[in-house]
Design a protein around this ligand. Structure first.
Ligand code: KIV
Length: 272
């Protein structure tokens, strides 16, 4: 039997489970292309999410709803080619898994076959549980996503913090347990009170990864364009910016334009 081999140890769903057991936090970022995936992987990220946030940061859409399975497959295959160590998880886009578990399985199978990614992620709890179970029955690892679920923006009408009231918090907790019982290897919780994030992470044995879910969860995920400051129009409270690439890249482009206009570029060392 031939198996994948690599000089470095690859992150698996089992690795993440062991990390939770040891109390070691899990780092996760999004990526949508080969070059960014290589940077994240070499820098030691544990999980790369090919998020449908590609709709916003790569394609300029207002919501994630326009993403198609073909779009996600293109991005995911590019990312996988750049990764040696990290676990690659791919979002199932809107309309490819809700309401029809057979279609959900076909969507997940296409992602796994055509990208060689390691797992899929989908949004929702009880309303998508049949799809979750069917995908899992094919041996495809599933990551859940609760709290603010951007594919349901038209139902919520707002990107505000979720589960602030007791009823919604209780439902969210029940859904997290349901996803764990179904066999999900991890759950993302987005924009929920820190106290609730901590409570869910304590109740679940699978890793809970937060984006705006506070410090009491088992790991953190951010959209890479936001944390690198490539996108400087989005400043939610949960976002920490680790660079200001918008300004750095703008300065570089201004310098290039000026050098081309002045004739300074190329100089004699830069020509044949
Ligand atoms: O699409 C995405 O980037 C996500 C993260 C916000 C978790 O789902």
């Amino acid at each position: 039997m031939s198996t994948q081999t690599s000089a470095c140890k690859m992150v698996t769903t089992r690795t993440l489970s062991d990390m939770k057991q040891r109390g070691e936090k899990i780092s996760m970022l999004t990526a949508y292309d080969y070059s960014m995936a290589r940077i994240l992987d070499v820098a030691g990220i544990d999980v790369i999410l090919v998020g449908d946030s590609a709709a916003n940061v790569m394609a300029g859409y207002q919501t994630t709803l326009p993403m198609t399975l073909d779009h996600m497959i293109y991005h995911a295959a590019s990312v996988v080619r750049g990764v040696e160590r990290a676990l690659v998880v791919v979002d199932l886009p809107f309309g490819t898994y809700q309401g029809n578990s057979k279609e959900a399985l076909c969507s997940a199978v296409r992602i796994m076959k055509e990208t060689s990614a390691n797992a899929v992620k989908l949004e929702g709890g009880v309303e998508v549980i049949e799809s979750v179970k069917r995908i899992l029955s094919a041996g495809i690892p599933v990551m859940g996503h609760l709290g603010l679920t951007p594919q349901s923006i038209n139902k919520f009408g707002t990107y505000a913090v979720r589960a602030k009231d007791e009823n919604e918090a209780k439902t969210l907790e029940e859904n997290a347990l349901l996803l764990e019982d179904a066999g999900c290897f991890s759950v993302v919780v987005e924009k929920i009170p820190a106290k609730l994030g901590k409570k869910i992470a304590e109740r679940l044995t699978i890793p809970v990864i937060g984006i705006g879910g506070g410090g009491g969860v088992d790991g953190q995920v951010l959209v890479v364009h936001d944390m690198l400051g490539i996108n400087n129009e989005f400043s939610p409270r949960f976002l920490r910016r680790y660079s200001n690439l918008y300004d750095i890249m703008s300065d570089a482009v201004r310098g290039y334009v000026a050098d081309v206009k002045s004739g300074d570029f190329p100089n004699e060392n830069e020509e044949y």
